[in-house]
Design a protein around this ligand. Structure first.
Ligand SMILES: Nc1ncnc2c1ncn2[C@@H]1O[C@H](COP(=O)(O)OP(=O)(O)OP(=O)(O)O)[C@@H](O)[C@H]1O
Length: 256
């Protein structure tokens, strides 16, 4: 039984078909990479799986909950790191994480302990009592990563996990994601970063025009996966160019 199951998902915004007949399954223990060009439908899929928007067609299940009919139940059980969102400017990391702990119905001692652990792990201990408005983008991203994992969810949805992080912290977060998934959790990462996906994911779904055009198993440790010599970048370019209906002019033509 998959931790995440998507079957025939469809969602349009007016005349724009954002997701079209999308189907895939993610098991516990997988770090699944959702790779696709701008506008492919990745965020729309995540928003549906986390009960933020209603699909037009198909069924979705997350840990046996239905995000369409019981979105609150789904959101209780998953962690979410949305695309380009900042913690509230008027709170400090400590206040915000206490608030998240309350919403997640966590014991306050546990919240304090986990906050201290995460702050130490990601190096923002000295910023715990500084208003978010006075933190850098990368420091805010560290707080957002912490809130997603605060209640140790079995499934986590992450949009561009490494955005704004320095190379040292990127390495730490990558290692953490690999170990978190290996601990029988499902980690779902939407990214444009093919190298990172190839390095850490156990499986990748390439999305174009609102559907998965191909899936590929990887080792999740940079060592390759299903014995295919073709790089993920080659697969991505080939499949997206084949499937994507957009007719973009080449950069050479723009220069000419
Ligand atoms: N609220 C909305 N109203 C209208 N159209 C939307 C809305 N949200 C997304 N779209 C459209 O749906 C399509 C899919 O968008 P989506 O944000 O899911 O793509 P994405 O793969 O996450 O893209 P990116 O990698 O650029 O974040 C795009 O054509 C987008 O313009």
């Amino acid at each position: 039984m998959g931790a995440i199951r998507v079957d025939g998902l469809g969602k349009s915004y007016g005349a724009v078909e954002a997701v079209a007949d999308m189907s895939f399954t993610v098991e516990r223990g997988e770090l699944y990479g959702f790779l696709g060009p701008n506008g492919a439908g990745k965020t729309t899929t995540i928003r549906t799986l986390t009960g933020q928007i209603q699909p037009d067609a198909g069924t979705v299940r997350v840990l046996e909950t239905d995000p369409v009919t019981e979105p609150i139940e789904t959101r209780k059980r998953v962690g979410i790191l949305p695309e380009q969102q900042s913690p509230p400017s008027f709170l400090t990391p400590r206040e915000y994480l206490e608030f998240v702990g309350d919403v997640r119905e966590l014991d306050s001692d546990r919240v304090a302990e986990r906050t201290a652990d995460w702050a130490q792990r990601l190096g923002f201990e000295n910023k715990l009592d500084t208003l978010h408005t006075d933190l850098s983008r990368g420091q805010q991203q560290k707080v957002m990563i912490t809130q997603a994992f605060l209640h140790e969810p079995d499934v986590v949805f992450i949009d561009e996990p490494l955005a704004n992080l320095d190379p040292l912290v990127q390495e730490q977060v990558k290692r953490f994601l690999v170990s978190y998934a290996a601990g029988d959790n499902a980690v779902f990462v939407s990214t444009h970063n093919i190298d990172v996906a190839e390095e850490i994911c156990t499986r990748v779904g390439i999305v174009a025009d609102g559907r998965i055009v191909t899936e590929r198993s990887l080792a999740g440790d940079g060592g390759g996966g299903d014995g295919n010599d073709e790089s993920l970048l080659e697969v991505f370019l080939e499949r997206v160019e084949n499937e994507d209906a957009r007719d973009l002019p080449s950069l050479e033509r723009i220069d000419a």
